[in-house]
Write a protein that binds this ligand. Structure first.
Ligand code: AMP
Length: 543
């Protein structure tokens, strides 16, 4: 027997309509690409999204057409999110930090009909344009006064001209909730990037789940700043979740340095911010150097890479800001797990709390996860056994765009994340490695992440990566590649001695290489593949 409730479809357009009706006067504040601060309301954003939908219809954009964006976090980008998806087309956010060859591959693969670009990315678009045949025009996200005087782009349109002449009467179509709404490509550290095609249903469900109390805990009282770019897994869904609850939204534009972020946080009263550890490192350095405080910030979501436990401690103890460590991937929309304490942890000593908070957390309701051995057999949830992390849920990818690579699923329903993890008896998951980064020593696995966390807890270390280096006897042994904090000293012996008593002796790295900086991907993750190449011929003293 079927239930007898309304089959109202879950649509992205319903989110902005709700924000307009119930939180219409709430502000969206953006650091504008042209300079200065831009502010308007949800009501204005909805009106302009409808004007944009009318403009795109006139340009011939049809349902399911892909419309690309190369843009910072700003109000026009938000309008594009809603206009494109709302009209039944697909908003394809492109990460401009990828290599140009990857970018033209992605634009061609997606067959983007138009690409909307911030002024910053005009030179990049000029470089890409000759290779992107599907693109009918590049729409520059600015007004007439700021349009570039000369550009080699053949087909250019001005965003404000386009929407300025349109009516704000537009009726969002009643789509099937399984219609594709947006498209993100994986960062593709190996092979070509693959497209993950989100649906209206997956996006709306993800936004409902992400605002829950033990998740982002967002409400109409919050002032939310996604520092994570809108070109990185839809800024972890914040452009949807903030509107779903009517929180004030603060969009930092391209100014991701500690000083700019802190200034905006303080001037706009930001209570909640989300970003990758590298960004928070810059912010913490800034506040430490200047002696500044966070007067309104209460929670930060840190994800995308392991949040070093020292960062959690600094935020909590020195600045009274809670850190919520989250794990996810492009393929999971991205929220998979979030780490918050349970009632029974309330009276634990701070050290114990920190141990839990350093884990990636338990599954967001809607996500199911397990760890398996190399034969696919489920491993115990004892916090010790580690194996391949598999997930499923309504906002997890089923297959890649255009069927690339065949079905990624195991047993027809589990998505193999490529991460290696433990799960403890309380359900807290902890990532020990990317499967390709695990160090295999004498047939046993060593967690590079655990070794990195220890190195980064050393007061003189700014950043560290641990990779496996070939060893004649053990197959691989760990090497720490570390960056020192400016002006501070630490020797190889001191750093290796720092591991004593913190891990099993045989996990202790065999050597340390100090470098000026570490390579990162376009989304701020350590690029270990590059490090492994750089250190391919490295001779360990133990070899
Ligand atoms: P992406 O699809 O580019 O967002 O990358 C997803 C990958 O980032 C995951 O599979 C993990 O390897 C890594 N990742 C994301 N969040 C975390 C986290 N909190 N801790 C450790 N690794 C993470």
């Amino acid at each position: 027997m079927l239930g007898q409730m309304m089959g109202t479809q879950l649509l992205v357009s319903s989110i902005i309509r709700h924000a307009d009706r119930y939180h219409g006067d709430v502000e969206i504040v953006s650091r504008a690409v042209e300079g200065g601060i831009h502010r308007y309301t949800y009501c204005d954003a909805h009106r302009r999204a409808k004007q944009l939908a009318n403009a795109l219809t006139k340009l011939g954009v049809k349902p399911s057409d892909r419309v690309g964006t190369m843009a910072w976090n700003g109000y026009r980008h938000l309008e594009i999110y809603y206009a494109v998806s709302g009209m039944g087309a697909i908003c394809h956010t492109i990460n401009p930090r990828l290599f140009p060859e990857q970018l033209s591959y992605i634009i061609n693969h997606a067959e983007d009909s138009y690409v909307m670009i911030d002024l910053t990315f005009v030179p990049l678009a000029e470089q890409l344009a000759p290779h992107c045949k599907s693109v009918k025009a590049w729409i520059i996200m600015t007004d007439r006064a700021h349009m570039p005087v000369a550009t080699t782009l053949d087909h250019v349109l001005c965003y404000e001209d386009l929407i300025g002449r349109e009516s704000d009467i537009y009726y969002w179509p009643q789509l099937d909730e399984n219609t594709a709404s947006s498209l993100c490509y994986t960062s593709g550290t190996t092979g070509n990037p693959k497209g993950v095609l989100y649906s209206h249903r997956s996006t709306v469900l993800h936004s409902y789940a992400s605002v829950m109390p033990d998740c982002f805990a967002l409400s109409a009282q919050d002032v939310v700043m996604p520092v994570v770019p809108m070109f990185h897994v839809n800024a972890w869904g914040i452009p949807y979740s903030a509107l779903a609850v009517g929180a004030k939204l603060v969009l930092p534009g391209g100014g991701m340095d500690g000083a700019s972020l802190h200034e905006l946080m303080e001037s706009e009263g930001v209570t909640f911010a989300a970003g990758v550890p590298t960004i928070w490192l810059g912010l913490l350095n800034h506040v430490k150097e200047t002696g500044a405080k966070f007067n309104t910030l209460r929670r930060t979501i840190v994800g995308g890479s392991t949040c070093p436990p020292t960062m959690i401690r600094t935020f909590m103890e020195d600045y009274k800001v809670s850190v919520i460590h989250a794990w996810g991937m492009t393929e999971t929309s991205p929220l998979g797990t979030v780490c918050t304490l349970k009632a029974k942890h309330k009276n634990l000593p701070i050290e114990e709390k920190l141990k839990i908070l350093s884990k990636q957390g338990f599954a967001v309701n809607g996500i199911t996860m397990k760890i398996v051995d190399k034969n696919g057999k489920e491993l115990p949830r004892d916090g010790k056994a580690f194996g391949d992390l598999m997930v499923m849920g309504p906002w997890v990818v089923n297959s890649y765009y255009k069927g690339e690579g065949g079905s990624p699923l195991r047993e027809g329903r589990w998505f193999p994340t490529g991460d290696v993890a433990t799960i403890d008896a309380d359900g807290y998951m902890q990532i020990t490695d990317r499967s390709k980064d695990v160090i295999k020593s004498g047939g046993e696995w060593i967690s590079s992440i655990e070794l990195e966390n220890i190195a980064m807890a050393h007061p003189a270390i700014a950043e560290a990566a641990v990779i496996g280096v070939a060893h004649p006897k053990w197959d691989e042994r760990p090497l720490v590649v570390a960056v020192k904090k400016p002006g501070l000293k630490v020797s190889r012996e001191e750093l290796l001695g720092f591991y004593e008593g913190k891990i099993a002796r045989w996990w202790t790295p065999d050597d340390v290489a100090f470098v000026e900086s570490l390579p990162h991907t376009g989304t701020g993750k350590l690029l270990k593949m590059k490090l492994r190449e750089d250190f391919a011929d490295y001779k360990l003293p133990t070899a």
